[in-house]
Design a protein around this ligand. Structure first.
Ligand code: 5GP
Ligand code: ZN
Length: 119
């Protein structure tokens, strides 16, 4: 399992920085965003240090598919109402102009009653 010693999300995976976990398995960690935009706002990350969507390789397709398939299940568990009245938003910022602040691939999963703080 590759990790970047300077990466805050790798430190969260290792438990060196605490987080409020939503889900953990051998490949994926989900935890609540420290500064939520919405009533439900958690992040999903691969445990392997992948920098961004721009760094994905063909062999990552199964992992990304697992993450995106898991997201709706976790959204419901975290209190998002079902589609179509409820739903959720998945955002992945990539690179400087994409607004990415943490250089470890993550999906924001946001939902819950509006208005939201942002988004
Ligand atoms: P980005 O701007 O890279 O798409 O999103 C990074 C997100 O990580 C932000 O929403 C920010 O609130 C969240 N974040 C940054 N540091 C921490 C942390 O130490 N713990 C948690 N739980 N979230 C963090
Ligand atoms: Zn990392």
């Amino acid at each position: 399992m590759s990790a970047d010693p300077n990466c805050i999300f790798c430190k969260i995976i290792q438990g060196a920085i605490p987080s409020r976990k939503v889900h953990e398995d051998d490949e994926i960690l989900a935890f609540h965003d420290i500064a939520p935009w919405a009533p439900v706002h958690f992040l999903m990350i691969p445990k392997r240090h992948i920098v961004s969507m721009a760094h994905l390789q063909a062999e990552d397709a199964t992992l990304i598919g697992r993450m995106l398939t898991l997201a709706p299940q976790l959204a419901l568990q975290q209190g998002c109402r079902p589609y179509p009245e409820g739903g959720f938003r998945i955002v992945t910022n990539t690179g400087a102009e994409g607004g990415q602040e943490v250089q470890h691939l993550h999906f924001h999963v946001m939902g819950g009653p509006r208005p939201w703080l942002r988004g």
